[in-house]
Write a new protein. Structure first.
Length: 382
């Protein structure tokens, strides 16, 4: 017989960990299965956290422990080879910041440390979930741990990390953007003054996010070009970046920690398994443009925690899962549409579209209600 828990979370990344922490003051029995023994060591990315995500992490009691964190107070949006630009300011939204930049490792370590302080939580690290079956009024999760095959049953199973198990449970709609992100830490000869840049080009967008005294770079380009960029020596790489991005941020003077990530969109359908819901990368993996993916996942986790706390008697049944799916549909659909439209609409060099994009950026910059609505959407979702 398998152990019956109220909730089993598969995936201990920022989204799964946040869901567990949001439930720590409840009387529910929780188990979290995490495949990695240290989920922060091998990830060099910087995370762009919205102001709304900061509020969620503050409610979880973890925000003040994340370090280093750099605020984004202004975002400069432009397109390469075309007119038009928009300048988004935190002051336009009456917020202290539009968002924040923090190393993935710093966020993950803070959340994992908080999980270890949560004594009622059963945290199983090094556990790889391989299959989910139905068992009466529970989901039966099969996993491998320390070379052994184990099972655990939950009234509700939450998948928060992508992978083969997600595809088995829900199926996915995918789109390959034929772009690869080159991520690195770079510095310039000018202080960033907490300004981020999003510059669109026909091969993909380039983002510079203020991080410490320099920038976190996310340079989206064709896969072959990304490989070539990573093979250049530092001086040649900086020359290529300067020519591609221009001098808005000053002259690039150093680069370190280059890595690449293929870019695609994956959106899961409704779960095929009963008593299963999807969050984070299991529900959707988005292009990093506009920084929607993780922030959407954190909103998913917070909303699910609120529903769990208010509907404990019906936890995991068909009505419960359907209600959660319906409650998140609007925000998820809008985030996917926004991200996909930005990538497809700007990743080309067609003159008519370039002109329309310029008009759109100019209108966004010159119409305060439109700008405020766009900023609110980026910070808090739909």
């Amino acid at each position: 017989m398998s152990t019956l828990r109220d909730l089993v979370i598969v995936g201990g990344g920022p989204v799964g960990a946040s869901l567990a922490l949001a439930l720590r003051d409840s009387s529910l029995s929780l188990t979290l299965l995490e495949a990695r023994t240290d989920a922060a060591d091998d990830d060099r990315r910087s995370l762009a956290l919205s102001y709304g995500s900061r509020l969620i992490l503050e409610r979880l009691g973890t925000w003040d422990r994340i370090s280093p964190v750099t605020s984004i107070e202004t975002i400069h949006v432009s397109q390469r080879g075309g007119f038009g630009r928009a300048l988004l300011r935190a002051a336009d939204a009456g917020a202290p910041a539009l968002g924040y930049v923090a190393p993935y490792g710093a966020v993950q370590r803070t959340l994992t440390h908080a999980l270890h302080q949560y004594r009622e939580l059963e945290l199983v690290q090094g556990a790889r979930a391989v299959r989910i079956d139905k068992q009466e009024d529970a989901a039966l999760i099969h996993y491998e741990w320390n070379g052994q095959s184990k099972t655990i049953a939950g009234r509700l199973a939450v998948l928060s990390d992508g992978g083969a198990l997600t595809f088995e449970c829900a199926g996915q709609r995918t789109h390959d953007y034929h772009q690869t992100a080159v991520v690195a830490n770079v510095s310039t000869d000018r202080p960033h003054r907490n300004r981020a840049f999003e510059r669109f080009a026909s091969v993909g967008p380039v983002a510079l996010l203020p991080a410490g005294k320099g920038y976190a770079l996310v340079w989206s380009t064709r896969p072959a070009a990304a490989e070539q960029l990573c093979n250049l020596d530092a001086g040649e790489f900086l020359e290529q970046l300067q020519a591609h991005f221009g001098d808005r941020a000053g002259n690039f003077i150093s680069v370190e920690e280059r890595a690449t990530f293929p870019l695609s969109m994956r959106v899961a359908g409704a779960p095929k398994r009963e008593r299963v819901v999807l969050l984070g990368n299991a529900a959707q993996t988005l292009h990093p443009v506009a920084g929607q993916g993780l922030n959407l996942g954190l909103r998913d986790a917070w909303e699910l925690a609120e529903q769990i706390l208010s509907q404990q008697q019906t936890l995991g049944n068909v009505a419960f899962c359907s209600a959660f799916q319906a409650s998140r549909r609007g925000d998820r659909t809008a985030s996917v549409l926004l991200t996909d439209t930005l990538v497809r609409g700007f990743s080309n060099d067609l003159a008519p579209l370039r002109w329309l994009r310029g008009c759109g950026l100019t209108m966004l910059d010159s119409l305060p209600p439109a700008k405020r609505g766009f900023i609110d959407r980026m910070m808090f979702g739909a």
